[in-house]
Write a protein that binds this ligand. Structure first.
Ligand SMILES: [Zn+2]
Length: 228
């Protein structure tokens, strides 16, 4: 049962009161934000980066201020499901607005390093993918992409090194589901330079996918569109 299931939420609230995705204040069992945070939500969809092999990309928030902390919690298993659900709802609205939501056949998360996944006990991209897929009423496909178990920390690499690294570390899973002619929504927690998304999209295209769209909860602050 997905944690956004209304029956689960209602019962979970009795044991541990539901809390605001941003400030942690206790809120109604079926809400995602308190009124103050709702009124004061950081700007959404205000940054983008060109991603090869993709037809479009949307990131909900800029990776700065409280979003850095929320992404950290999402990675390390903090109880931030309301944040993941909030991102899924915002992305669902955006994709519907752009006529992309109906085109999507499957949601695929960018795979994470297996050692990290074991250590953390969960995979934040999968958590997000499940919320987004539920929002769109589409399936999640975990059979297509694999990631090598190297220990390189992406944030230590230059943009060029990231590109090469991403191309080396992700690969197609043998025995994946048939995605020929399908439109895929690729999803990750944070987009920095777009190299990871681009490398994964290239693999999915090689598998026969017709079109790839990319989404993430956050995008590096360096990709904020500057007003002239
Ligand atoms: Zn709040």
């Amino acid at each position: 049962m997905l944690v956004r299931d209304k029956r689960y939420k209602f019962l979970a609230d009795i044991i541990m009161p539901n809390s605001c995705a941003f400030c942690g204040k206790v809120i109604r069992w079926d809400a995602l934000l308190c009124q103050d945070c709702e009124n004061d939500l950081p700007e959404t969809f205000c940054a983008s980066v060109a991603i090869g092999n993709c037809s479009g990309m949307w990131s909900v928030f800029v990776y700065e201020n409280e979003i850095i902390d929320l992404i950290y919690k999402l990675k390390h298993g903090g109880s931030v499901y309301n944040f993941a659900e909030l991102c899924a709802v915002k992305l669902g609205e955006k994709l519907a607005e752009n006529g992309v939501a109906d085109k999507i056949d499957a949601v695929i998360p960018v795979p994470m390093n297996i050692r990290k996944r074991i250590r953390r006990g969960h995979d934040q991209a999968v958590v997000l993918a499940k919320f987004i897929a539920d929002e769109l009423g589409k399936p999640v496909d975990l059979t297509c992409l694999c990631r090598g178990s190297d220990s390189t920390e992406q944030h230590t690499l230059s943009a060029e090194e990231r590109d090469t690294h991403a191309k080396e570390v992700y690969f197609a899973n043998e025995g994946h589901t048939d995605i020929k002619g399908k439109t895929i929504l690729l999803c990750d927690d944070v987009i920095t330079t777009g190299s990871t998304m681009s490398a994964c999209a290239a693999i999915l295209k090689d598998m026969g996918a017709k079109e790839i769209y990319c989404v993430s909860a956050a995008i590096a602050a360096s990709n904020v569109e500057k007003e002239e």
